[in-house]
Unconditional design. Structure first.
Length: 340
């Protein structure tokens, strides 16, 4: 691949820890700085603290300390002519970079360097949409890069796009979180949207008697999958072997054989807070497979239920909101490194 101007972004809050994020970012910068005319880097701890030199331009904002900094910084980098992005982080930051690109009307390739909670602790995941390097950094040449399309999720509330994702979309008020000391916990997702860390161990209702989850299919029409208040963790997920076989009770195997692109499901026990633990076994659930071009529609949800995408809280929902999630086969672009 030929490129003269690239962008480098990192997330110091990613699950592998600040020092590891900076270490990987520093190595990526050292590898690429002599191969391009200009490198655009995020401000302060989003890249500038470890990427410095004559051909470096600092671009973007970091004052909100939220996903909006990543989205706005990406938009500014696109406007400055970035040809592809190097992102050192977890899955959520990749999604925010894609959101920034889409807001500018483009889809540029991402070379992802794994530094998040999930993309580092699950090294054998078959589906890692943007991860090009995992573990130790390996130098590469631009000539060794090619681009592949990446399947993803487009989520809308009342017809307006609110998020792009590449693993799952879920309605859940508990959020998996790793603090600065590496301690894993579940926190209140609604509070997190307000910038507060509040542990959550008890269930918060996400459904009401008016809740309806409907498959909107090009071939089948509207098919109701679930209704009523007796459900937890309504989820839409990619057909990913690891995800669906572990979480969807083996339905992922059948879904793969039948060629589905997505699986939606719910747990029928409303007392499940996050993922079901031993006291909830055997776990009862409802699931449905669907294809690209179909979508899942959620209505009548509980006021204050939180919509999350790839472990990132996106927004709170009201009972009047209509949430839809669909799969797009070519939503993003990934850099692939070819070595001899």
């Amino acid at each position: 691949m030929d490129a003269s101007r690239i962008a480098i972004l990192c997330n110091p809050y990613a699950g592998s820890g600040r020092e590891q994020v900076f270490h990987l970012t520093r190595q990526a910068f050292a590898c690429l700085r002599s191969q391009v005319a200009e490198i655009l880097v995020g401000p302060a701890e989003m890249g500038a603290v470890v990427c410095q030199g004559d051909n470096v331009t600092v671009v973007g904002q970091d004052h909100t300390r939220s996903r909006w900094d990543t989205i706005e910084t990406t938009k500014q980098m696109v406007a400055r002519g970035a040809e592809f992005f190097v992102v050192v982080s977890g899955d959520g930051t990749y999604n925010d970079v894609v959101a920034g690109m889409k807001a500018m009307g483009v889809t540029l390739p991402i070379l992802g360097i794994a530094a998040g909670r999930f993309n580092t602790i699950f090294p054998k995941r078959k589906h890692d949409p943007f991860v090009s390097i995992r573990g130790d950094f390996r130098p590469f040449a631009l000539a060794d890069l090619s681009v592949e399309d990446v399947m993803g999720l487009v989520s809308r509330v009342n017809g307006t796009i609110v998020s792009y994702g590449f693993f799952w979309a879920v309605i859940c008020n508990a959020l998996a979180y790793t603090d600065v000391d590496g301690t894993f916990m579940t926190i209140d997702a609604a509070q997190f949207l307000q910038g507060r860390l509040v542990p959550r161990a008890t269930p918060f209702p996400v459904a009401t008697e008016a809740t309806r989850i409907t498959l909107v299919s090009r071939t089948l029409g509207d098919v109701e999958m679930a209704s009523g208040a007796n459900m937890a963790l309504p989820m839409v997920a990619h057909i990913v072997d690891e995800l669906n076989q572990i979480v969807a009770g083996g339905f992922g195997t059948l879904a793969n054989i039948m060629g589905y692109h997505g699986v939606a499901y719910v747990f029928t026990n409303p007392n499940i807070t996050f993922m079901p633990t031993a006291e909830f076994f055997p776990v009862e659930m409802k699931a449905v497979g669907f294809y690209e071009g179909d979508c899942m529609r959620y209505t009548g949800l509980h006021n204050g239920a939180v919509f999350q995408v790839d472990s990132t809280p996106i927004c709170e929902l009201t009972s009047d909101d209509v949430l839809t999630v669909e799969i797009v086969r070519s939503l993003g672009k990934k850099m692939v490194i070819h070595t001899s």
